[in-house]
Design a protein around this ligand. Structure first.
Ligand code: HEM
Length: 458
């Protein structure tokens, strides 16, 4: 029998419907989540799509190959198209660069995400949650996504940027950031030539991108002039040296890292919080169990660091939200040399991509994948390696994973005991995928817990 290694792998199929000059832009633009999900149904472990005509983009669908791409091949791959578009906003930062440069940048940020720092953050995070929910009015419709973005931003500003960037500066950034983020999401799908067209969309993108960098630049300059060391992330970056040149980081370098954290640290957290609130309203029995756990473990006292691992039911709800509503729809890499992926050999310059949103809904790994069922995690993660990657894997794995879980648990444990959020009447909540997958809109009505049936019965 011929040894398996000598059998030529099957050719990588091309997804149907690519057009000259446009590639798959039409399908993606119409409904990018549905298009990417359809690839899993129709094709095998790898499938080729066209984002930029003339460049092959291989969507990796098999968990074992996704894992290989992220971990074993991680050090030898560039970050690819999605991060290249992000780089139009962020410049060169920990999230956009690869290789040794990435290792250096990651080392500079790491101290802010260590265990001792996170321990310091919990009380501050809880304070921000309390300030946010104090301002809610019973019965008055609340834009939950906006509110969660503001809360995530406040938590980040007061923890990682404790002393230097004032909240107003960060808040000014919000509007510009959301324009740029949506712009990045659209630019990933469209061929590059569209970016050069003199259309309103491109002008708005450029204006917002420049505005963001000017705002951060001014804040850095102010801190530099004052010479004040607040001991936070920005001060740390101002003190850091570039390992190659031995010189302090330039304003440009610092600005890139700050922006990266401002984006990564708010968009994802806010989106997961929004989806959890939505799902708990749709599943009252699950919500009742979460509340019972909070009553039992916390009683009347506030949540503390020690509780983060003592709330397994809430933990499973968050894990299930990270599965069903993952924020990532197209994470990319790029081969820098001829690269072997499983039995396939890919030439240098091949774009690779994977979609967590679709992967986490694959019925092969998740029975009834569209059902929100936190109990599927009762026995831990039983899926094959690479099938559940909420924070990625390998050298680019999320630096803020522990920080994010601490934020999510602190926020939910505090918020849920005070307020019941009900979906506003007449709304259909749908996901939209731009730079991340998020609810298009999510308006809910806050009701004080003491007014709810559960508390009346208690
Ligand atoms: C629930 C919330 C979050 C989710 C689901 C999430 C998810 C991810 C994923 C999947 C990656 C890997 C991307 C890749 O493979 O290239 C990543 C990277 C990253 N995340 Fe997060 N993230 C979250 C929260 C945060 C927070 C709170 C921060 C910081 C405050 C953060 C900062 C970063 C950074 C800097 C990277 C780049 C790491 C590197 O390339 O070395 N994230 N995140």
């Amino acid at each position: 029998m011929t040894p398996v290694t000598l059998v030529a792998p099957p050719p990588i199929p091309r997804a149907a419907g690519s057009l000259p000059l446009l590639g798959h832009a039409v399908q993606l633009f119409r409904d990018n989540l549905a298009f990417i999900a359809s690839l899993r149904e129709k094709y095998g472990p790898l499938v080729e799509i066209t984002l930029q005509p003339g460049t092959r983009t291989i969507v990796v669908q098999d968990p074992a190959l996704i894992r290989t791409m992220l971990t074993d091949l991680g050090p030898s791959l560039d970050k690819g198209r999605f991060f290249e578009k992000m780089g139009q906003l962020l410049g060169e930062s920990v999230v956009t660069v690869a290789g040794q440069e990435h290792v250096r940048k990651r080392r500079q940020l790491q101290p802010a995400f260590g265990r001792p720092e996170i321990a310091r953050y919990v009380d501050v995070m809880r304070g921000e949650v309390n300030a946010t929910i104090e301002a809610w009015t019973p019965g008055r419709a609340l834009d939950v996504r906006e509110s969660m973005i503001k809360l995530s931003l406040d938590m980040l500003v007061k923890t990682v940027f404790s002393g230097s960037l004032d909240a107003a500066t960060f808040r000014r950034l919000r509007e510009d950031l959301s324009v740029v983020l949506d712009g990045v999401g659209v630019r990933v799908m469209l061929p590059d030539w569209v970016e050069r067209l003199p259309i309103a969309f491109n002008r708005r993108f450029a204006r917002a991108r420049d505005g963001v960098r000017v705002t951060i630049g001014n804040a850095i300059a102010a801190l530099q002039t004052s010479g004040h060391d607040t001991g936070d992330m920005l001060s740390m970056l101002l003190r850091a040296e570039d390992e190659t040149t031995g010189r302090p980081l330039t304003e440009e370098q610092i600005c890139s890292e700050i922006l990266t954290l401002a984006l990564a640290g708010t968009e994802n957290t806010a989106t997961v919080l929004s989806w959890v609130l939505y799902e708990l309203d749709r599943h009252p029995a699950i919500e009742t169990r979460v509340l019972a756990e909070l009553d039992e473990v916390l009683g009347d006292r506030p949540v503390t660091l020690d509780d983060i691992t003592r709330l397994p039911c809430l933990g499973r709800v968050i894990t299930e939200a990270l599965r069903l509503h993952h924020t990532g729809w197209l994470v990319t890499r790029r081969t820098m040399h001829e690269t072997r992926l499983g039995p396939w050999t890919l030439p240098a310059g091949t774009e690779l991509a994977y979609c967590q949103h679709a992967l986490h809904r694959d019925p092969a790994f998740y029975p009834e994948p569209l059902t929100f069922d936190p109990d599927r995690w009762l026995d831990g993660n039983q899926t094959p390696p690479g099938a559940f990657v909420p924070f990625g894997a390998g050298k680019h794995k999320c630096i803020g994973d522990r920080f994010a879980m601490t934020e999510l648990i602190t926020a939910l444990a505090t918020l849920l005991r005070r307020w019941k959020l009900e979906l506003a009447p007449g709304q259909t909540v749908r996901p939209v995928a731009r730079a991340t997958v998020r609810p298009r809109t999510l308006v809910m009505i806050p009701r004080p817990r003491s007014d709810t049936a559960r508390d009346k019965a208690a």
